[in-house]
Design a binder for this molecule. Structure first.
Ligand SMILES: Cc1cc2nc3c(=O)[nH]c(=O)nc-3n(C[C@H](O)[C@H](O)[C@H](O)COP(=O)(O)OP(=O)(O)OC[C@H]3O[C@@H](n4cnc5c(N)ncnc54)[C@H](O)[C@@H]3O)c2cc1C
Length: 485
């Protein structure tokens, strides 16, 4: 276990700023973000009644608990929310995300069936058991690089694009050799394991890409290339209160002749089974629960920030500002309520109490818009002053007294104004904030697809019954009117 004990020197190949990382602890962004993730483990020690549960005489992270009723989901929500609150919701892919799915894999495993060379159902059950026993941090990679979305994966491979996705190069009695790449894998550099699969968009001819498997980070041929950091360590945390604490490292993954033993393979050689994997394994529904809880925590944080700025800058007597704040708190209330409804209106499936997906997807689809509304409000309230903030070091320099005088008000000291506006800029303007916004819009897939699916699955039977009645009454009236002429 590397993430838990913080020693990442297990032979993994991670590249940062163009160089192979030899000493992880010497790179501040790795050390800082790792510390935030490690709170997931520390909380289990500090508050075992909230963050763990007992099974067979042993205690496990609550996030691995298989929910049997709405109350279990509510208890899991509390744990997810507390874990998310460590980073104010800014770290999206903490260990509890995949754990939420690992918790139910045993129940759904039979859906994966048996292959010619291996038993996929057994493989995923054993893998889930190992992740739970060892409390491993699993990071996931499903999105293929945007090489050319107009072509199938197979077409791209035939044209020589060996890194357009991950595909099976060779297969043997004891396993397979894969080659390729995955486009974005958040927090991969700091994880123990990678879970690799596809979004459900493979064409029938893409069987070579029809895969799902897991692999330890420290596996020969697995290469992790971290994106450029948005932390600004030449400045104080007071200047960049979020950038310098919560840079959730995303990474590009390369697989060069990576051997995967059969026992780590969950889907093989089938585009159809690959397209079904996320949903049929049960991962989708349960990871979505954690995901939306985390999203609502973040919305709550930025909404509180918007309110604090409005109060601190003396804006709350303006009706427009009051109306805007009311819209933000209304939005928050709506998603909180929908999340709660997702739990209480869940249903039993394969012995698991599953949250209501229509409700969870309604939250997922609404969050990006609601998040943007808060960011706009923060920018509108703090207006020009959001960029009129001197470097914190100026408060110790020759202009310190003038700054103190100029930036203080009965509502706000110069210090409080500075850090509040720095927070506002970090979340709305800085590269950190822009990456956070991209995350909210894209991490759960393009929201267009959520809408496309949502209306088709919504239960409108109550409305349709009334509509039937209204149409019947109108039809009768129509016939009577026409007959009378
Ligand atoms: C900050 C961040 C973190 C992320 N973390 C992870 C992670 O940890 N793991 C992971 O696997 N992924 C991660 N992602 C990737 C994320 O899941 C994808 O970006 C998202 O699902 C959208 O897919 P895409 O980027 O491939 O865009 P595409 O699907 O290629 O879409 C690009 C554009 O093309 C259009 N388009 C594409 N295909 C079609 C089509 N068939 N019909 C109509 N229009 C189409 C879309 O509407 C859109 O305008 C992350 C993304 C971000 C931004």
């Amino acid at each position: 276990m590397t993430t838990k004990n913080g020693d990442l020197r297990d032979g993994r190949l991670v590249y940062f700023e163009g160089k192979k990382v030899e000493d992880f602890s010497s790179i501040r962004v790795f050390a800082d973000t790792l510390k935030v993730i490690q709170r997931y483990y520390e909380l289990q020690e500090e508050e075992p009644e909230v963050f763990t549960y007992e099974e067979g005489g042993k205690r496990y992270s609550r996030t691995f608990f298989t929910p049997k009723n709405a109350n279990d989901l509510a208890m899991k929500r509390k744990a997810y929310a507390r874990i998310a609150s460590v980073s104010y919701g800014m770290l999206g892919r903490t260990p509890d995300f995949i754990n939420a799915g690992v918790a139910i894999l045993e129940n759904y495993a039979e859906n994966l069936g048996v292959g010619e060379y291996t038993n996929f159902a057994e493989n995923i059950k054993n893998w889930a058991k190992m992740v739970k026993e060892e409390d491993l941090f699993v990071s996931h990679a499903l999105q293929n690089p945007q090489v050319d979305r107009s072509k199938t994966m197979n077409q791209l491979l035939k044209e020589g694009h060996e890194f357009a996705g991950v595909w099976v190069k060779e297969s043997y009695r004891d396993g397979i050799v894969v080659q390729g790449a995955k486009m974005v894998n958040t927090l991969a550099p700091l994880a123990d394991e990678l879970l690799v699969f596809n979004v459900p968009n493979l064409s029938p001819e893409d069987n070579k890409f029809g895969l799902a498997f897991s692999v330890p980070l420290a596996t020969k041929g697995v290469k992790v290339m971290t994106r450029k950091s948005s932390a600004k360590y030449d400045y104080s945390v007071a200047d960049y209160p979020l950038s310098n604490r919560f840079d959730e490292l995303d990474a590009f993954l390369i697989f060069e002749d990576v051997f995967i033993p059969w026992e780590r393979v969950f889907v093989f050689g089938s585009a159809k089974k690959s397209n079904q994997f996320f949903e049929k394994s049960g991962l989708f529904m349960h990871t979505a629960h954690q995901d939306e809880v985390r999203g609502v925590v973040k919305l709550e944080f930025v909404t509180a920030l918007a309110k604090r700025i409005a109060i601190s800058l003396g804006l709350t007597d303006f009706l427009r500002v009051q109306e805007m704040l009311g819209k933000l708190t209304r939005n928050l209330e709506l998603v909180r309520g929908t999340l709660h409804f997702a739990e209480v209106s869940g249903h039993e499936e394969f012995g698991v109490f599953t949250p209501n997906m229509q409700s969870l997807l309604a939250v997922r689809d609404s969050l990006p818009e609601m998040y943007d509304e808060v960011l706009s409000a923060i920018q509108e309230f703090s207006a020009g002053s959001i960029v009129g903030v001197p470097d914190v070091r100026d408060f110790a320099g020759e202009n310190a007294d003038s700054l103190e005088n100029a930036l203080s008000s009965p509502l706000l000291s110069a210090k409080e104004r500075t850090i509040l506006l720095n927070l506002a800029w970090d979340v709305t303007g800085e590269s950190f904030g822009q990456r956070q916004r991209a995350y909210e819009h894209l991490h759960g897939g393009n929201t267009m697809w959520i809408k496309v699916e949502h209306w088709q699955h919504e239960d409108l039977s109550f409305g349709e019954k009334m509509l039937k009645d209204a149409l019947n009454v109108a039809r009768t009236a129509f016939d009577e009117e026409v007959k009378g002429k």
